[in-house]
Design a protein around this ligand. Structure first.
Ligand SMILES: [Zn+2]
Length: 407
């Protein structure tokens, strides 16, 4: 490692010498001008307090369950926030959701049948394996005010979800899609699942919408609804818009309502990595010091190789821009809104743990539970979400050719 580092140092020195030969001579005694990385400046516009405040803002609407007034109010609030950040071209997807009657007793929760080592998404579960279940009992929520807020039930019918777009200056006909789901379940505040991902995407919309940020290609910020019922909101987006990709409309306008998809990145549960449950089922109270961000692609998808390459670009962006936690890449992306995209464009999910092998074995006991409330988490938890924001911002800024203009 040390040898390789020295090598790159030499390359850097050579590059800076070559550059200084072309540059006008500096005034005698003037300090050497250090080149500023514009992407580091953009990443520096994220901070822990803002990220926490956005998660907190989302939790005022309780669990934001799809098909309720609190879900609608949350969509309105998200849209108002996006506009206030300068992402003013908000649009909504309209679709209908009718729940399908369940059959066969939750077979989807046991991908391996009797074999406990087989986890979701093709993963291999190991070690202490505990159930990952959904709470449907309102009385398990001890906070009476929150319980009442979450009481009105979901009603079948029309649904909406909101997105806004940073328009590319060179290639407005191409885009990356950054997503998270704003709906939740379990009788908590859906603070982590998925207030943490929703706040991340909103914060990135804020930074990229700054008037001094210019990108070559477009970036869309999408806050999906109905993830918890089976990815219905993201699926509706794919169904309605996949065939509109790259079409200029009206012809000759230079406008592309659906730029061609260059990649899709979902952010779903970004905060809690306290390690494997202990043998007795208890958990460490603290974020584990070696916590990591898990970047996953699906090895069986059509664009697996391209998604894997993109995942490593995100991992390298973490090396460069994330302040506290590393990132790792895995091949078993599953159970989130990137799935409907994965056979159409390179697709990733970002998470606090691996979805299949780890979350599927009970590594996040707040998952779909009344304990998923803002007050449960510490700054070390929130900081993992912030690091994921730094990672995606750094990676997508590079991929989209982001630069800063002089103010
Ligand atoms: Zn989720």
């Amino acid at each position: 490692m040390r040898v390789r580092y020295c090598g790159s140092l030499i390359v850097c020195l050579c590059a800076s010498i070559a550059w200084s030969q072309q540059a006008p001579p500096a005034a005698a005694g003037a300090p050497a001008v250090k080149a500023v990385d514009p992407i580091a400046v953009m990443v520096g516009r994220l901070n822990l307090e803002r990220y926490k405040a956005t998660v907190k803002g989302l939790t005022q609407f309780g669990d934001r369950r799809q098909g309720t007034d609190r879900n609608k109010a949350a969509i309105d609030w998200i849209e108002a926030q996006l506009k206030s950040y300068g992402c003013t071209n908000t649009e909504r997807i309209h679709y209908n959701y009718e729940p399908v009657a369940r059959t066969g007793g939750g077979a989807g929760r046991r991908p391996g049948g009797a074999d406990p080592s087989v986890g979701p998404g093709g993963s291999h579960r190991r070690g202490n394996i505990f159930p990952d279940s959904v709470n449907d009992d309102p009385m398990k929520q001890p906070d009476v005010k929150l319980r009442e807020l979450n009481t009105p039930p979901s009603v079948p019918g029309p649904r909406e979800e909101v997105y806004c777009t940073k328009i590319g200056s060179k290639h407005p006909d191409q885009m990356y899609i950054l997503g998270a789901h704003m709906d939740g379940i379990g009788w908590g505040e859906a603070a982590n699942d998925d207030g943490s991902g929703t706040a991340l995407v909103m914060e990135l919309a804020r930074v990229f919408s700054s008037p001094d940020v210019v990108t070559d290609v477009s970036i869309r910020f999408a806050l999906w609804n109905n993830e918890e019922t089976g990815l219905n909101g993201a699926q509706a987006y794919v169904d309605q818009r996949k065939d509109l990709q790259g079409v200029e409309s009206p012809a000759g306008s230079g406008k592309y309502p659906e730029p061609k998809w260059l990649g899709m990145v979902q952010h779903d549960m970004m905060m809690f990595d306290h390690g494997m449950p202990h043998k007795d089922g208890t958990m460490s109270k603290e974020q584990r010091p070696e916590a990591d961000i898990n970047i996953e692609y699906q090895v069986t998808s059509t664009y697996a190789d391209a998604a894997m390459a993109m995942a490593h670009k995100f991992q390298l962006a973490d090396d460069k821009y994330a302040t506290d936690y590393p990132a790792n890449v895995g091949p078993h992306m599953t159970n989130t809104d990137s799935t409907p995209f994965m056979n159409l464009t390179p697709s990733l999910s970002m998470r606090e743990v691996e979805r299949g092998a780890q979350m599927g074995s009970g590594w996040d006991p707040q998952h779909h539970q009344p304990t998923d409330v803002y007050s449960f988490y510490s700054d070390d938890d929130f900081r993992l979400g912030l690091n994921s924001a730094q990672t995606t911002l750094g990676a997508v800024a590079q991929l989209s050719g982001a630069t800063l203009t002089a103010k």
